[in-house]
Design a protein around this ligand. Sequence first.
Ligand code: FAD
Ligand code: NAD
Ligand code: FES
Length: 297
Amino acid sequence: MFKIQHAEFLAPGIKRFIIEAPRIAHKHKAGQFVILRLNEHGERIPITIEHSDPATGTIRIVVQAVGKTTHQLNSLQTGDGILDVVGPLGKPSEIEKYGTVVVMGGGVGTAVAYPTAAALKRAGNRVISIFGARTKELVIMERELREVSDALMITTDDGSYADKGFVTDKLRQLIDNGTRIDLVLAVGPIPMMRAVAEMTRKERIRTIVSLNPIMIDGTGMCGGCRVLIDGKSEFACVDGPEFDAHRVDFAVLVQRNSMYRAAEQRAMEEYLRATQPQLDTVQAGQTGACAVQGDGR
Ligand code: FAD
Ligand code: NAD
Ligand code: FES
């Protein structure tokens, strides 16, 4: 059992956990993730390690509740335990001195991008961070990002905080202003990563995305996380999760991520009925701040 040393909500539906996992904390590098299983009957879910501290033997994760398992996880509190935490998995981010790097995070993708932004800064890069959320209360980790960024831009879709618009609007501005950009890293919803890839392809700016296919074992054995890169099958858990954005077949990613949509919605509805028996009917997408996504993300 892996003990939760601390748990706190960063925003509605988004919770940060500090977990005692000394061996993982010692080995972790930016860009890697863990696969969690809450209990014997639980499914395995991949979650990025947002920070690790070998001195205290802890790792930090940030979880957005979107379906049954992430809702169950986010109901856990300080002092509770998680049955399995396997990792660190995946290839670490390629950290080099590139020059000027634009790090982009959409929603909870911000927490995934943060450790790589920090590592790029430590490697001597000029880091321009662009982070976006739907609305003010969903803006997370602003203080941490400010600490590792030479410049920080924040957008909200509704304009309730910082600048109104999408993160891609800010990237467009940087490009149009003639800012030299040596690398872009984008992590977030698939439509965002695809939009960034299309924009930078035209400008010939090297771009990395962190892909989020469905994963099961995390070791390259089950094939669940198969993605198409330059027309060839690769497994995001062992060959990624970071890939050259201009080589990714996003249409296949969207299609594969929606394969289990009906079963995921059923599991969520059963979970809500069990935990909130007063709910007779649950409309998918009306589960509070953490609605089940409806577009293959
Ligand atoms: P499900 O019932 O399985 O799904 C609910 C909705 O989420 C559906 O719309 C479904 O299409 C979508 N979904 C399912 N699996 C994924 C997935 N792997 N990625 C994205 N959407 C998915 N989430 C975080 O909150 N924090 C993280 O740090 C984080 N890191 C990740 C790192 C990697 C390498 C990957 C592959 C995914 C990461 N995710 C992260 C996404 C997280 O794994 C999923 O949200 C989770 O598996 C959903 O499980 P569920 O049972 O709650 O929802
Ligand atoms: P969201 O839908 O609220 O979007 C967050 C931000 O992304 C928006 O504010 C906007 O700035 C940008 N964005 C969204 N759609 C865009 C588009 N079409 N064009 C340009 N920019 C766009 O995100 P959320 O609900 O907070 O969810 C976060 C997403 O991140 C989920 O879809 C989840 O699957 C994904 N995720 C990805 C990874 C990964 O490794 N790539 C890991 C965890 C979660
Ligand atoms: Fe099974 Fe990647 S999760 S092969």
